[in-house]
Design a protein around this ligand. Structure first.
Ligand code: NDP
Length: 500
């Protein structure tokens, strides 16, 4: 029992997280279903990794569990879904009551709720922890979003805090410079207890949903500058680099600048111009949008970002349609500098709406799943390690610190001012895109969210009347208290009744 912790699953994430844990002075036992991977990884530890001697490899599950100090802490980084259940099943005969299983995979939060219930009933303790930041994050500091047993968290917390990404306590900027065997010292760790059962995995999922819309918004900004202004990729990359020095500063803007400036290895032009425009997806964006639909949370831009990928994937169909469906001719632009600035404003305003939608979704979810989420802390966890790390997350934390009961981010004084100041250019950007036949589902849906949310009246009065007319679904009246329902015997008694 010489290991502080164990880890199962030695693919990309597991190997790198294990080395991160070892870098911080912990002894870690590792196991993988197919033993070749364990052998290869142990070879890597011996040959190349300064902390490799603190990694103990096992090809037998029983010996692996015996090597871990009790109560055991065992991290799973295996394929989400059935493989996670199979791994837990194989592990349980070797565990004792009080042992802790930590699922670091991209589990669906309902699976995490179920596993928490089942394992707790058997006397084990369970943590479902979102792990964000891909390979590099896992190796040098991910954003970690744990949920589950509070007593298990108390035992896991020192390790999770040690290995998480760190941000500067004053500026909130990620601290760089970690290297194998040389982790970053000091700083505020990007991890905190999120809530019971599936709360951590839910928050990780919403992070991914926000990542989808963040990326789509950047793509629309790029597309407008390319299609409307005729700028080449390198020039647009320069613009993103400049934007990264301001309020938009974030990992995604930074890498976009790098990506756009990258020459093609063939020597002809920029790489991005040779990449096929058909997007893939692994499902967490879809889960976020589906959850929003289920909970009735208006996360329209997050859903649009998922649909935008789906539409892009119909490449052959689009190419064929482009030959028969005609749009307007693109009008020449006489004021490119003004348009570039308008696009920047549109991007920032839309981004605020996207995050507002993400937090509104979290707010609905916590009611349904009986969690108490701390939004300011959640925004802090995303400042480092993960894909959406952005300077403006500090503004979100500030907003929830000022007013923990804030109903919507857009109502915070800072964000309200940005939206008020930027909305004319945001509208100009959407209008010019629409006039020229360029799809901007993310910019447009974010603007519709803003305009819808700030409208005291919406045409849902007519909608309710329609529902009452054909389905007797009843309506409330503006001159009567809420909760009092009316039905009119509409003067068409013979009309067949249908449901909506
Ligand atoms: P994979 O998702 O490719 O999973 C590979 C691991 O799962 C291997 O250890 C494999 O064992 C095991 N496995 C696969 N099928 C089964 C099965 N039927 N029964 C038991 N074990 C099985 O690896 P990644 O490192 O990419 O990801 C690990 C987890 O982390 C996943 O849940 C992923 O969603 C999540 N994640 C991944 C990120 C990334 O950037 N890759 C980012 C954040 C989270 P074997 O070698 O024997 O096949």
């Amino acid at each position: 029992d010489s290991a502080d912790i164990g880890l199962i699953g030695l693919a990309v994430m597991g190997q790198n997280l294990a080395l991160n844990i070892a870098d911080h002075g912990y002894t870690i036992a590792v196991y993988n279903r197919s033993s070749e991977k364990t052998g290869e990884f142990m070879e890597r530890c011996r040959q190349k990794e300064p902390s490799g001697e603190r990694v103990l490899g096992f090809t037998d599950l029983k010996e692996f569990t015996r090597a871990i100090r009790r109560p055991r802490k065992i991290v799973l980084l295996v394929k989400a879904g059935a493989p996670t259940d199979r791994t837990i099943e194989s592990l349980l005969p070797h565990l004792e009551p009080g042992d802790i299983i930590v699922d670091g995979g991209n589990a669906h939060w309902m699976d995490t709720i179920r596993r928490d219930r089942e394992l707790t009933a058997q006397g084990f303790r369970f943590i479902g922890s979102g792990v964000s930041g891909g390979e590099t994050g896992a190796r040098f500091g991910p954003s970690l979003m744990p949920g589950g047993s509070p007593s298990a968290w108390a035992e896991l917390e020192p390790i999770w805090r040690a290995i998480a990404a760190k941000v500067d306590p004053l500026s909130g900027v990620p601290m760089e410079g970690a290297a194998p065997g040389k982790p970053v010292e000091g700083g505020v760790p990007c991890t905190a207890y999120i809530g019971p059962n599936g709360a951590g995995h839910y928050v990780k999922m919403v992070h991914n949903g926000i990542e989808y819309i963040d990326m789509q918004l950047i793509c629309e900004a790029y597309w407008l500058m390319k299609q409307l202004l005729g700028l080449d990729s390198g020039a647009i990359g320069e613009i993103f680099r400049e934007w990264n020095g301001g309020e938009l500063s974030s990992y995604l803007i930074e890498i976009t600048g790098d990506i756009l400036g990258q020459n093609d290895p063939s020597g002809s032009g920029f790489l991005v111009d040779h990449v096929l425009d058909a997007a893939g997806q692994k499902g967490t964006g879809m889960w976020t949008a589906a959850s929003a639909l289920e909970l009735g949370a208006p996360a329209n831009s997050i859903a649009e970002a998922v649909f935008a990928r789906a539409l892009s994937a119909l490449k052959e169909e689009r190419v064929e349609a482009s030959r028969s469906l005609k749009g307007p001719d693109v009008q020449p632009i006489s004021n490119p500098a003004e348009i570039i600035d308008a696009v920047r404003r549109a991007l920032y305003c839309s981004k605020i709406c996207a995050y507002a939608q993400g937090f509104q979704l979290l707010s609905e979810a916590q009611k349904t799943y009986e969690w108490t989420l701390d939004f300011g802390t959640i925004a802090q966890l995303w400042r480092g390690g993960c894909i959406i790390r952005a300077r403006f997350l500090q503004k979100i934390t500030d907003a929830y610190t000022r007013d923990p009961g804030l109903k919507n981010l857009m109502l915070d004084p800072y964000f309200k001012d940005v939206l008020h100041e930027g909305q004319n250019q945001w509208r100009q950007t959407v209008a010019i895109a629409v006039q020229n036949g360029m799809p901007v589902p993310a910019f447009g849906s974010a603007l519709a969210y803003f305009d819808g949310y700030r409208s005291a009246s919406l045409p849902a009065n007519l909608l309710q009347a329609q529902r009452d007319y054909f389905g007797a679904h009843t309506y409330e009246r503006t001159d009567q208290p809420r909760g009092k329902f009316f039905h009119l015997d509409w003067p068409t008694p013979d009309r067949p009744q249908t449901e909506v």
